[in-house]
Design a protein around this ligand. Structure first.
Ligand code: ZN
Length: 159
């Protein structure tokens, strides 16, 4: 599988070593975010469309999990343990957010997925656990390997 993403004059080509294999959805999301510099919004419309197009193949393995994923910006439960003030409470945030503000002290707390799979809640129903300090640079933290690959592609291109 090979896919080319292009935005604002930046082009990123992803391909699998084994041509028969699909690129993982989360990799596509990352790549999209690198090229556009935006956080990818997955709307209901998109998922509807994708389920009937070729991209659907990538989801076959975890179809059930994917169906259970909350909609973008749907309120979901967060297990907050504020690293700034120690505030420990169950609260909610909007699905897709990267950080939240502690209701007590107002500082930014990083939203980590509660389980190893994005959009899948833990056994208590929490989608996120928030117990790490959010730093603004996290916003731009992306897969280093992909960045390196992209840089070398650009160098090849410019050589
Ligand atoms: Zn706090």
């Amino acid at each position: 599988m090979e896919i080319k993403l292009e935005s604002d004059g930046v082009c990123l080509t992803l391909s699998t070593v084994d041509k028969e294999k699909n690129i993982e959805f989360k990799t596509l999301v990352k790549a999209y975010e690198i090229v556009t510099g935006d956080e990818l919004e997955i709307t209901e419309n998109n998922t509807e469309k994708n389920s009937h197009s070729t991209v659907a193949n990538s989801f076959d393995d975890n179809r059930d999990d994917y169906d259970r994923m909350p909609e973008y910006h749907q309120p979901v439960k967060v297990d907050l343990m504020c690293p700034w003030c120690g505030n420990n409470e169950e609260t909610t945030t909007l699905y897709g957010n990267r950080f939240m503000k502690c209701p007590k002290c107002g500082n930014k707390v990083f939203l980590a997925f509660a389980t190893s799979r994005r959009g899948v809640p833990d056994h208590r129903g929490f989608y996120y656990k928030a117990n790490e300090v959010w730093r603004d640079y996290e916003d731009r933290k992306v897969d280093d390997d992909l960045i390196d690959q992209m840089k070398s592609k650009l160098e090849e291109h410019n050589a």
